[in-house]
Design a protein around this ligand. Structure first.
Ligand SMILES: Cc1ncc(COP(=O)(O)O)c(C=O)c1O
Length: 395
């Protein structure tokens, strides 16, 4: 079908989109309305952990759709309980609350920390977050984010989120007062351009928050669920946080997110937290199909091996082209371009013919790579061939 024949005019404008409509996908490949195929290294913004239309996810969705879709969050259901156990068995957390988006999971984390502060820390409510951090698009999570310009966009902000500098423990220490209930960070700042917290910083944060009786919250919406090469990115630094949020990868593409906490922190009382779709069996069944594949023997080892290969080749490309290097963890990586040509590369890569390449420039001076965790070496090689072609045109 021609682009002009799709009724896209009825959609509210929120961003510029190219004049194509995606119709179907499988694994690392997406297809558009013109029959063109694209190698996808965005994967729904690090969402499709297992690529497009993963078979086990489809099976789970079909099976569960015929069995039970939503009995209401006021009742237990089978997939919600099984998925919660899968998550607690494979993390340092004891309790799980399911949500529908990363922002909603983070709202839950903020509420849980404030509740804990009211119960156990004399009403402390401030949560120290970080410049350039990203926690979502609700009013509270925008206020928690440190994205330039967001303080004024929907002013007034929700109060209680003083900002520290990432990877600078002194800047955190300076902000801790009697009002501080928690420190919240992304172990790898994704939207900021794939900036990992150093292992040392994570360990210093854990020590400081323990010493001052403050909670440590990790937002693993982007870095979690295998993306960093470990099931959760906090595991890279050998620390145990108090609260973690998950989104994106946990649903492999469907709306599912989670708030996890250790037993002694999980202090919600009846009526404090909820939501119509939270823990619904249909999405929970998909989450179970995703996480079961991630924890299967050998899966994360393969992710780490292929991530090392991707990283080595990015570095070699950077050296060969005189670019500014690469960084990241696992399958969340950035190629530093050293100049603001990211958006131009993204557009030219998409327009390549006969097959396009989908990339993202989280910042104008870098490209972010977030392929399916099960991307093959051949697909990584093909991505570099296509990228080389674009760089020949742009640089
Ligand atoms: C670290 C982090 N937290 C929260 C969010 C928000 O998640 P959602 O878009 O599902 O609300 C994102 C989305 O990019 C994210 O990267």
């Amino acid at each position: 079908m021609n682009f002009q024949d799709y009724p896209v005019q009825s959609l509210m404008y929120i961003t510029d989109r190219p004049d194509i409509v995606f119709t179907h996908g499988k694994g690392s490949w997406l297809h558009d309305n013109n029959g063109k195929r694209y190698l996808d290294f965005i994967q729904g913004w690090a969402v499709n952990a297992l690529g497009h239309c993963n078979d086990a996810m489809i099976d789970a969705l079909n099976r569960q759709a015929q069995r039970l879709i939503n009995p209401s969050p006021a009742f237990y259901n089978e997939p919600m309980a099984r998925l919660a156990k899968l998550l607690t068995d494979n993390s340092c957390f004891d309790k799980v609350f399911f949500a529908n988006s990363g922002a909603e999971a983070n709202e839950g984390a903020i509420k849980l920390a404030r509740k804990w502060g009211r119960k156990f820390k004399g009403g402390a409510y401030e949560i120290i977050t970080f410049n350039h951090g990203f926690h979502g698009r609700t009013l509270a999570t925008m206020s928690a984010s440190g994205k330039p310009g967001w303080d004024a966009l929907y002013a007034p902000q929700v109060p209680g989120f003083p900002k520290a500098e990432f990877n600078d423990i002194g800047s955190v220490e300076k902000l801790i007062t009697d009002k501080t209930v928690a420190v919240m960070l992304e172990p790898i700042q994704g939207e900021a351009g794939v900036v990992p917290a150093s292992g040392e910083f994570m360990q210093q944060l854990r020590a400081l928050t323990r010493e001052r009786g403050v909670l440590l919250i990790v937002d693993e919406v982007q870095s979690g669920c295998g993306r960093a090469g470990t099931l959760f990115a906090y595991q890279l630094s050998g620390i145990e946080p108090d609260i973690m949020t998950l989104g994106k990868g946990i649903g492999g593409g469907v709306p599912l997110a989670a708030l996890l906490a250790r037993d002694e922190i999980a202090c919600f009382e009846a009526g404090d937290q909820g939501g119509t779709y939270n823990g619904n069996p249909l999405m929970s069944a998909v989450g179970e199909a995703v996480i079961s594949q991630l924890v299967a023997p050998g899966f994360l080892e393969r992710v780490r091996e292929n991530a090392r290969y991707l990283s080595d080749r990015l570095l070699a490309l950077s050296d060969a082209r005189g670019l500014a290097g690469e960084r990241g963890e696992g399958m969340l990586r950035a190629l530093l371009l050293g100049r603001d040509v990211g958006p131009q590369i993204v557009q030219k890569a998409r327009e390549l013919a006969p097959e396009g390449l989908l990339l993202n420039a989280a910042r104008p001076n870098l490209l972010r790579f977030m392929p399916a965790l099960n991307v093959t070496r051949a697909e990584i090689d093909q991505m570099f061939t296509m990228l080389d072609n674009v760089l020949d045109q742009v640089l």
